[in-house]
Design a protein around this ligand. Structure first.
Ligand SMILES: NC(=O)CCC(=O)C(=O)O
Length: 265
């Protein structure tokens, strides 16, 4: 399969509408690919907290509509990154969307771990409850978002739910680039999955984002990596490698599930 990460620039110099138009055009350029991935909260801006209320939308809002159309026009599976979703009660969620080649919404994941400690996303948004995997004609795709990378138990849950490839949209800060590079490779290696991690670039809300979007194979090898500009990384990958590597190095078979550690905080 051929997969692309579109590392969009999310900068305070352009508007959500401009980014939607640019993202749709970049997705259409990927006609012929199988899977395309966009970053986290790229329309509203992951660090533009003051925009979230204004730019929040439903699953039939302008971002979802533009991305559904772009997926259909390009004939690709499209992980459209995430949106600031407002539900019927008015609660905001950081919600990732996966469209199929016809533009139908096939997966929706509300980010479970909210970043910010006692500020930002942690206080302005609700958290998701569900681990989400989506069976596709490509393989089983697991969904996680940005800060989730710091929580290995979620990735183990995705593995147990059958994930062969995990897509991770992000808006990771440039100041913690080394964490991004370590955590993405570690999650791919420990779960023996392909990990497609698409980070935003550019600066908004006073936060410079890391770029360095990466595709990593189940051996932990980086198959493709972006730099810090707006760019698209395209790789060819064989999902059958998951089965081959899991049988060549069968560490997952050696799990001891009965360990019960006391939880101390
Ligand atoms: N958008 C995010 O989830 C940011 C995560 C982050 O900055 C970190 O884990 O460090």
């Amino acid at each position: 399969m051929r997969a692309s990460l579109i590392q969009l620039s999310v900068d305070s110099t352009d508007s959500a509408d401009e980014r939607r138009r640019r993202a749709a055009s970049l997705v259409r350029d990927r006609a012929g690919d199988d899977l395309v991935v966009l970053p986290e909260l790229w329309a509203a801006g992951a660090w533009s907290y003051d925009r979230w209320d204004h730019d929040a939308e439903g699953l039939d809002g302008p971002t979802a509509e533009a991305m559904s159309t772009a997926a259909r026009q390009a004939g690709v599976w499209l992980h459209a990154g995430s949106i600031v979703e407002r539900d019927g009660d008015g609660t905001l969620y950081n919600t990732a969307l996966l469209f199929d080649r016809s533009g139908d919404l096939r997966g929706r994941y509300r980010k479970i771990h909210r970043y910010g400690f006692d500020t930002g996303e942690a206080t302005l948004m609700g958290g998701g409850d569900d681990i989400v995997t989506v069976p596709t004609d490509l393989g089983v795709i697991g969904l996680a978002t940005c800060y989730d990378l710091r929580f290995p138990e979620l990735f183990r849950g995705l593995l147990d739910a059958g994930a062969e490839l995990i897509a991770v949209p992000a808006a990771w800060p440039a100041a913690r680039l080394t964490h991004w590079q370590l955590l993405t490779r570690t999650r791919a290696l420990e779960e023996q999955v392909f990990l497609l991690a698409c980070c935003a670039t550019g600066t908004h809300g006073d936060m410079r984002q890391a770029g360095h979007s990466m595709v990593i194979d189940p051996w932990g090898t980086v198959l493709g990596q972006a730099r810090t500009t707006e760019e698209t990384v395209t790789v060819d990958l064989a999902l059958c490698e998951v089965t081959r590597i899991r049988s060549e190095l069968p560490v997952l078979r050696d799990r001891v599930l009965a360990i019960e550690a006391p939880v101390r905080r």
